[in-house]
Ligand binder design. Structure first.
Ligand code: ADP
Ligand code: MG
Length: 611
């Protein structure tokens, strides 16, 4: 009785105190020391710093300090900077479209000071004295006038001191330090004119003087004084109305198993599996099996044609015209490689002569390709693949499609709209080998990988559901019990909200078990335990640092579990449904991981077989 009276007399909605709201926001923005470092260094860059020092202790757990010589802050701003949505960078929503700074949401400092002990000194050039401010878990504990150099010096101690779950979720120091360095590379590689140092536990790990992009790459991955690292690369440069692409790609003969692959767009690092595929395609046939090329590629593009208003921790960027950029990028890389190597393009002309791009910038002896129709560049060891790189060079040859005897299905990553011209409602469809759906099209016969197509369709569907929290739940008759290791318990706790959003009805039962009462409707005919285990394994293995990346991994793992397997016979209606749903997706030629879904056996290739 007492309780119900209480309910009727009290209003129950109240605003969260700022400190709590900030802690919640911090969960989004500051997941680990690396995200904190990124925010601090980006602030220094936004403040036009020319020299930035990073000092770290215990992989950022105990100390993360960033010292810059930027514009500094006034006394008032120093205090305001830690308020939520306090920013000097935009004042109206419209400003979002003309963003030139790295930060803009005014959330980072508020988030950081909610989960750490922060001490900052800062001074502007026009002020005689600076400001010292100390904040512990959002509470200002000290603010005073101080003397300090122009710029800002911000010290973040004991990150997550008040959020034990976060602390537990951090990996070993080694892993966290690697995360810090990776984040640092992403930034320093686009700001070669700024001097950086990175000190960890009193040891200078990186000293990067101001210079060109190439010098910066050398300083990070090679040695400041030599050019050993960068001389293994060739330059890529192309300029079109749509996009400017420049950078460096490794010469095929210098490829090793250790790869550095970096894309940047308008001064920001990005991940882009589809464009990565474009680079790999440009190298096809030039690298030994399971080798990958290293590259540093910088895109400049009108801000309107990319998705700018993105989450600050998101590294995947959507472009308006990805297929065209794919083509431009692939051509640019091919051209760069063609200029500097003798690698053949993969097409062999039927007359037996080779289509070899002429070396232009380097005096390379050109083989006599006109008079020797049996010439095979791979027999010339040391020219293309020095022995030190490739031991069993013959195996390279197996990678090359031999179009003379055996027309292969061309890897038509790039045929735009390969299915658009086809009326998939009425055209005949066949299933082949329990694996492919064959679709006759204007240009030839299209092979669609049934499992990958379905994974991609489901992935899009799950991402949509995650965005709107509307997964269709199918309640189980008998709850299943999932027992987990400590690691997985922590991980599952992190993912709970998203798993619920996507359609899992799960509840923690005991310190090491969960009960599963409902599952996403799409997987109702499977046992839920292996599906959840697959999701956990994938998130752990593929790694995800941001909420968005978790969601992608969950959606992908679930899509993999739910998609029609190879070997399943499909009815005509099922095939038609699959193809028409696939066609509605924008990047339908590849899975979210960049695997090929569609391949075209062209009319030409077919008629060649009947010569
Ligand atoms: P945002 O970068 O999105 O504006 P932050 O919370 O990261 O939000 O920073 C809030 C504000 O504090 C910035 O807009 C800027 O005015 C100021 N600020 C933060 N770091 C620095 C710095 N290193 N130098 C000068 N001003 C800074
Ligand atoms: Mg910022």
């Amino acid at each position: 009785m007492v309780e119900s009276r209480y309910l009727f007399t009290m209003d129950i909605i109240h605003l969260l105190p700022d400190s709590v709201a900030n802690q919640i926001a911090a969960g989004e923005v500051i997941q680990r020391p690396a995200s904190c470092l990124k925010e601090l260094v980006e602030n220094s860059l936004d403040a036009k710093a020319k020299r930035i020092q990073v000092i770290v202790r215990d992989a950022g757990r105990t100390l993360l300090q960033v010292i810059d010589d930027g514009i500094g802050m006034s006394e008032m701003d120093a205090r305001l900077a830690f308020e939520r949505h306090a920013t000097s960078k935009i004042s109206e929503a419209q400003d979002l479209f003309s963003l030139r700074t790295m930060g803009f949401r005014g959330e980072a400092l508020a988030s950081i000071c909610a989960v750490a002990q922060v001490e900052m000194t800062t001074r502007r050039a026009q002020d005689e004295t600076g400001t010292l401010i100390e904040i512990h878990g959002s509470n200002i504990v000290r603010q005073e006038v101080c003397s300090c150099p122009v710029g800002t010096n911000i010290k973040v101690s004991n990150l997550f001191f008040n959020v034990p779950v976060r602390r537990k979720f951090l990996k070993t120091d080694q892993t966290e330090l690697r995360n810090l360095l990776t984040e640092f590379y992403h930034i320093v590689l686009v700001y070669p004119k700024v001097t950086f140092t990175f000190v960890h536990n009193d040891e200078i790990l990186l000293e990067l003087p101001a210079g060109t992009e190439k010098q910066r790459i050398e300083a990070v991955f090679g040695n400041t004084k030599s050019n050993v690292y960068t001389s293994a690369f060739v330059e890529v440069a192309t300029e079109t109305d749509l996009v400017t692409i420049r950078g460096f790609v490794i010469k095929p003969e210098n490829a090793t198993r250790k790869v550095e692959q970096f894309f940047f767009v308008n001064g920001r690092y990005m991940r882009h599996p589809y464009f990565q595929k474009a680079v790999l395609t440009a190298y096809s046939g030039m690298l030994p099996n399971d080798y990958q090329p290293s590259f540093f590629i910088y895109f400049d593009i009108a801000p309107e044609s990319i998705d700018v208003n993105i989450h600050p921790t998101k590294t995947e960027i959507k472009f308006a015209d990805e297929q065209t950029i794919f083509q431009i990028l692939m051509a640019a890389v091919r051209e760069a490689l063609g200029k500097f190597t003798l690698a053949p393009t993969i097409d062999f002309d039927t007359s037996g002569s080779l289509d070899i791009p002429l070396p232009q910038d380097k005096p390379i002896i050109r083989p006599d390709i006109q008079t020797d129709p049996t010439y095979n560049p791979f027999h010339k060891r040391g020219v293309i693949y020095p022995d030190k790189v490739v031991k069993n060079w013959e195996s390279l040859y197996q990678n090359l499609p031999d179009t003379q005897n055996n027309p292969v299905i061309s890897n038509n990553l790039s045929i735009p709209g390969v299915l658009e011209g086809t009326d998939t409602e009425s055209c005949p469809l066949w299933q082949y080998g329990g694996k492919y759906i064959l679709v006759p099209s204007e240009n030839g016969l299209v092979f669609v990988n049934q499992h990958r197509a379905h994974v991609t369709i489901l992935f899009a569907q799950f991402m949509e559901q995650l965005a709107h929290t509307q997964g269709a739940i199918q309640q189980l008759l008998f709850p299943e019990i999932l027992s987990l290791s400590q690691d997985d318990m922590i991980l599952l706790a992190q993912l709970t909200d998203d798993l619920r959003a996507i359609g899992f009805d799960i509840e923690q039962l005991s310190p090491d078990s969960w009960s599963i009462q409902g599952v996403p409707a799409q997987i109702v005919d499977q046992s839920s335990i292996p599906v959840l285990q697959h999701i956990l394994a994938q998130v752990r293995e593929r790694g995800a640092n941001t909420r968005r990346e978790w969601q992608e991994q969950i959606a992908l793992a679930l899509a993999e579990s739910a998609a029609i397997p190879y070997g399943k016979n499909l009815t005509d209606a099922e095939m038609r449904d699959l193809i028409s749903r696939l066609k509605t997706l924008s990047g339908y030629q590849h899975t979210p991981e960049g695997k090929t879904i569609i391949s075209l056996l062209s009319d030409d290739e077919i008629s060649k077989r009947f010569h």
